[in-house]
Ligand binder design. Structure first.
Ligand code: AMP
Length: 193
């Protein structure tokens, strides 16, 4: 894995644990020589992880739409900042650059980005691992909901297991490296469409 895309909050969140986990993962990426790809902001948990990777000599690529440069305060010190036209371009660029995706605690944007990559994995558009870093139980309810969706037979077990989750960044990263690529590309068959 050469580069990992991290989705996380543009807010710091209530608990210091969220930023602590971002720093831990940032150091881990830098030490392993894995580049960070993220949304390019200097604020919130996004800014924290970028700062930590840079402080430890790692490489950071930010991808930000023109309209968000001011609102999310584009990070001035990145290895590379790609300014793109739209949110769609941002997600597509990040997806292309990265070899895997991890969501740290975050809000609606984080969820939207992670689930798009997960559904692309289901459709066989990519074979890159998707993961949740469940810091301080932040994602417990989401994990329980996904289990419920599986029990209700609205999410297939093989699709459910495409999402890795762990509270420990080291273990999560090791599992992602073990698992890539996650599954055979799997386009819809006629009886499923
Ligand atoms: P949030 O988790 O809501 O704090 O947002 C985290 C990041 O996701 C921020 O950089 C948002 O700009 C970004 N974001 C929110 N919605 C979208 C979207 N539809 N496509 C791409 N990025 C988004």
């Amino acid at each position: 894995m050469k580069q990992i895309c991290i989705y996380c909050g543009s807010q710091p969140g209530r608990l210091p644990d969220y930023r602590k986990a971002a720093r831990e993962l940032g150091r881990l990426l830098a030490r392993r020589g894995i580049g960070l790809v993220y949304g390019g902001a200097s604020i919130g948990i996004m800014g924290t992880i970028a700062d930590e990777v840079l402080a430890h000599g790692g490489r950071v690529t930010g991808v930000i739409p023109q309209v968000l440069i001011e609102k999310e305060v584009a990070h001035p010190g990145l290895s590379e900042l790609r300014v793109v036209k739209s949110m769609h371009d941002r997600k597509a660029t990040m997806a292309e650059l990265a070899d895997g995706f991890i969501a740290l605690p975050g809000g609606l944007g984080t969820l939207e980005e992670l689930f798009e990559m997960l559904t692309w994995a289901v459709l066989g558009i990519h074979r890159k691992p998707c993961a949740l870093l469940n810091t301080a139980g932040y994602y417990d309810l989401l994990i329980a909901f996904l289990q419920h969706a599986r029990d209700e037979q609205l999410v297939k077990p093989s699709h459910h297991q495409l999402l890795l989750f762990d509270q420990d960044p080291h273990r999560l990263l090791a599992r992602m490296i073990d698992q890539a690529p996650v599954a055979e590309p799997r386009l819809l068959t006629p009886d499923e469409s």
